[in-house]
Design a protein around this ligand. Structure first.
Ligand code: FAD
Length: 403
C-alpha cells in the first residue's frame, strides 16, 4: 500500500490526471465561493418520503446525523414551492408520476414535484463524519451495488458483516457466500463499467469527506484521519481514479451546459453583488470545464442494443435515487440526494440532450432549479475530495519515505 498518485490518461476519458490536478485549485476556489451564494446554497427536497424497498431502516440517533430546515420565508419568493410548482418544466420526454415525485423518459433519477419538502441551506451542512454506519448503511450500499449496478460489486469483501438484502436474486446471493475475490470488470461492456465507476467514485468521495472531517469520539476533536482515508480509499487505487473520472464527467456536462448556464436567470436575493458574483464564478467554472472536461459521450450507447442498455442504465440509476429515501441519517440522505441528482443531471446532459435541446432560448425550462443547484454542488463535492486527496498525500509523505 503506497502513497499512490495516478498519472497519465484517465481511462474512458480524453483527459489525464495531471490536467485535472492542474486546475483543481482554481476550480476549488471558484466553486467554494459559488456554492455559498444564495442561488446555489438553498436546496429544496422532500427528505422524509417512505423507503419504497423495505419496511424499516435503522434511523441514526447520533446528533451528528441531524439537520435543520430553512424557513420558506427566508428563501426568495421565486424559488418557493408554490411558485415552482406552477412552472412548466421541460417538455422533453413523457412524464411518469408517483406521489410527490416524477421522472421523464430522459431523466436518470426521480425528481421532486415540489408539492412537499423543505428548504435546506447546504452551506450549513458539511458532508463529514456523522456516525451513520453498520448494517443500515451497508444495506444501502449493498442494494446499490448488488441490485442496481449490473452485478458489478466489491461487496463480497464484506460478507458476514451485514444482513442479506431483501429480494436479492439467488445468483447474486452467491457473491456474498464466497471469500473476497476481487472483480474482473474487463468482461463487461463500456457502459456498465462507466456506471460502476460513477457509483464507486461517489462512494469514494463520500468516504474521503468522512475521513477529512472525522470526529475522534474519545477526544471530541474533529481532524483529518489518514488511517481512515488509506483504508477506505487510497489502498484501492481504482477508487481514487474513479473520483477523477467523475470529476471529468461532471466537467464535461458543465461544459456542454455552458451556453444555458451563461444566460440562466440567477436573480436571487435582490443584491446586485450576489447576482454579479454568481455570473462571474459560473463563467470561470464553465471556462475551465471547456478546457478540461474532455469526455467523449458519443462512444457510449452506440451498439446494437444501445437503447435497451440505456433504458436499463436509467432504470438502475432511478432506483438508486429512490434508495436514497432509505438512508437512515438525515444529513447523509440530504447529500446522497443532492449528489445522485447532480450525477443524474450530468448523465441526462451527456446521454440524452443534443445541441438543439440544450439551446437556452428555445428550451429555457430545460432543467429544474434543483438540477442546476445539484449539478454545481456535486461538482464542488468531487473537487473538494480531490483537494483533500492532496492534503492526505502530504500527511502521508510527512510520515516518512512511503513512496
Ligand atoms: P462502507 O463505506 O459502508 O462500504 C461498505 C463496503 O463497500 C466496503 O466494505 C467495501 O467492500 C465496499 N466499498 C467501500 N467503498 C467502495 C468504493 N468506493 N467502491 C466500491 N466498493 C466500495 N457516513 C458519514 O459519516 N457521513 C456521511 O455524510 C455519510 N453519507 C452517506 C451517504 C450515503 C448515500 C450512504 C449510503 C452512506 C453514507 N454514510 C455517511 C455512511 C458511510 O458511507 C459508510 O457506510 C460508513 O461510514 C461505514 O463505513 P464502512 O467502512 O463500514 O464501509
Amino acid at each position: 500500500c503506497k502513497n499512490y498518485k495516478p498519472t497519465g490518461p484517465i481511462e474512458t476519458t480524453l483527459c489525464d490526471y495531471e490536467t485535472v490536478e492542474s486546475v483543481t485549485e482554481e476550480l476549488y476556489s471558484n466553486l467554494s465561493e459559488l456554492v455559498r451564494l444564495p442561488f446555489f446554497k438553498y436546496f429544496q427536497v422532500d427528505l422524509y418520503r417512505d423507503c419504497p424497498f423495505w419496511n424499516e431502516y435503522g434511523s441514526c440517533m447520533d446528533p451528528g446525523c441531524a439537520i435543520t430546515t430553512v424557513d420558506e420565508s427566508d428563501v426568495p419568493e421565486k424559488w418557493r414551492s408554490t411558485t415552482l410548482s406552477k412552472l412548466e418544466s421541460s417538455s422533453i420526454g413523457k412524464r411518469h408520476e408517483l406521489p410527490g415525485c416524477y421522472y421523464r423518459d430522459s431523466d436518470f433519477c426521480f425528481l421532486d414535484d415540489h408539492t412537499e419538502g423543505d428548504y435546506f441551506d447546504l452551506s450549513l451542512v458539511p458532508e463529514r463524519f456523522t456516525g451513520y454506519s453498520g448494517p443500515g448503511a451497508h444495506r444501502i450500499w449493498r442494494s446499490i451495488y448488488e441490485e442496481n449496478c449490473f452485478g458489478l460489486s466489491e461487496l463480497n469483501l464484506m460478507a458476514g458483516n451485514s444482513p442479506a438484502p431483501v429480494s436479492l436474486p439467488d445468483s447474486m446471493s452467491e457473491v456474498f457466500s464466497g471469500e473476497g475475490k476481487g472483480i474482473d470488470h474487463s468482461e463487461h461492456c463500456l457502459e456498465k463499467r462507466v456506471y460502476y465507476k460513477i457509483i464507486s467514485g461517489l462512494h469514494a468521495s463520500i468516504s474521503t469527506h468522512i475521513c477529512l472531517e472525522y470526529l475522534n469520539r474519545t477526544t471530541g476533536q474533529w481532524a483529518p484521519n489518514l488511517e481512515c482515508f488509506i483504508e477506505r480509499v487510497a489502498s484501492h487505487p481504482e477508487r481514487l481514479q474513479y473520483m477523477y473520472f467523475n470529476t471529468v464527467l461532471l466537467l464535461r456536462a458543465v461544459s456542454r451546459l455552458g451556453p444555458y448556464l451563461s444566460v440562466y436567470d440567477y436573480c436571487s436575493t435582490g443584491t446586485h453583488e450576489d447576482d454579479q458574483e454568481t455570473l462571474s464564478r459560473i463563467s470561470k467554472v464553465v471556462n475551465i470545464a471547456q478546457n478540461v472536461g474532455r469526455f467523449d459521450e458519443t462512444v457510449l450507447f452506440r451498439g446494437e442494443n444501445a437503447n435497451v442498455l440505456k433504458e436499463e442504465f436509467k432504470t438502475h440509476f432511478r432506483n438508486v435515487s429512490r434508495i436514497m429515501d432509505c438512508v437512515g441519517c438525515d444529513k447523509c440522505r440530504l447529500w446522497g440526494k443532492v449528489q445522485i441528482t447532480g450525477l443524474a443531471t450530468a448523465m441526462k446532459i451527456l446521454f440524452e440532450l443534443d445541441e438543439k435541446a440544450l439551446d437556452p432560448y428555445s428550451n429555457a425550462n430545460l432543467l429544474q432549479r434543483s438540477e442546476v443547484v445539484a449539478l454545481m454542488n456535486t461538482l464542488y463535492r468531487f473537487v473538494e475530495s480531490l483537494t483533500a486527496v492532496n492534503q492526505f498525500r502530504a500527511m502521508w509523505s510527512a510520515m516518512g519515505p512511503a513512496d
